[in-house]
Design a protein around this ligand. Structure first.
Ligand SMILES: *[C@@H]1O[C@H](CO)[C@@H](O)[C@H](O)[C@H]1NC(C)=O
Ligand SMILES: *[C@@H]1O[C@H](CO)[C@@H](O)[C@H](O)[C@H]1NC(C)=O
Length: 226
């Protein structure tokens, strides 16, 4: 054998000692790998349980939030009239009467109302207003009737405006808007929300007889907060 032949063989076949060392190293290496993958699996498992619980708690919180979320009160226009519109000299002693129901549709949430003010508008110009309700508490699933009359000092209609009403009347209908404004607070169990300024806007069409038209009776008044 030439040294050139011998040389590669020695490299290719390590001594028994060497081989054993390498095998021992490999075993330890695999053991380490197994241990490592075990710990990652355990930590992955714990992580999964934790995330699962978090997800579950999130869903429960969301359901609780949905069931406790307060719904704003619902306003519906029931009656509205200016009977004087049907009389020849009605302007002298005109009266505007209104009747609106406010319903708290929440199952468990009460509503505190601060003073409520009602304002009537024609062509987006105020034609009168007055306070209607003193502060009160509305129980869950309860309705409150808000009614009143605007006349004299609370009905600020001048002659020119009255002529506009009569012109509209000749064309079939007069359009008014009744706005109810209050500051409300929700009572959720023993916790009270902060105060929110609320507006309800009722669009009302009045016919030639000075009474609310059938199409407007029971119409919902959109509400918004400011
Ligand atoms: C207001 O309207 C409701 C529903 O139509 C009625 O029950 C109630 O008697 C009315 N109240 C007044 C004062 O007009
Ligand atoms: C609403 O509340 C008033 C006063 O608390 C009560 O007398 C009335 O029966 C209630 N109405 C309904 C429909 O629960």
């Amino acid at each position: 054998m030439s040294p050139q032949d011998h040389f590669p063989i020695q490299i290719a076949t390590p001594t028994p000692d060497n081989r054993q060392l390498k095998r021992r190293h490999t075993a330890r290496y695999y053991m380490h790998r197994v241990q490592e993958s075990l710990t990652t699996r355990v930590s992955k498992f714990i992580c999964a349980i934790f995330l699962g619980l978090l997800f579950f708690a999130g869903i429960i919180a969301f359901i609780v939030y949905l069931s406790l979320r307060p719904h704003r009160p619902r306003f519906i226009i029931e009656q509205f009239s200016i009977p004087a519109l049907a009389q020849p000299n009605g302007f002298e002693n005109a009266e505007l009467t209104f009747n609106v129901t406010a319903r708290n549709s929440n199952h468990k949430i009460g509503v505190y109302y601060d003073n409520m003010v009602v304002n009537a508008f024609y062509d987006d110009q105020s034609i009168g207003g007055r306070p209607v309700l003193y502060p009160f508490y509305q129980e869950p699933k309860n309705s409150t009737i808000i009614f009143g009359t605007l006349s004299g000092a609370t009905l600020t209609v001048n002659n020119r405006r009255w002529m506009q009403f009569l012109n509209d009347r000749a064309r079939g209908k007069i359009m008014f808007r009744l706005e109810l404004t209050s500051t409300i607070r929700f009572k959720i169990s023993t916790w009270d929300s902060k105060w929110h300024k609320m507006h309800a806007n009722c669009q009302v069409d009045v016919g030639a007889d000075g009474l609310i038209m059938a199409s407007s009776v029971g119409r919902k008044c959109p509400t918004y907060f400011t």
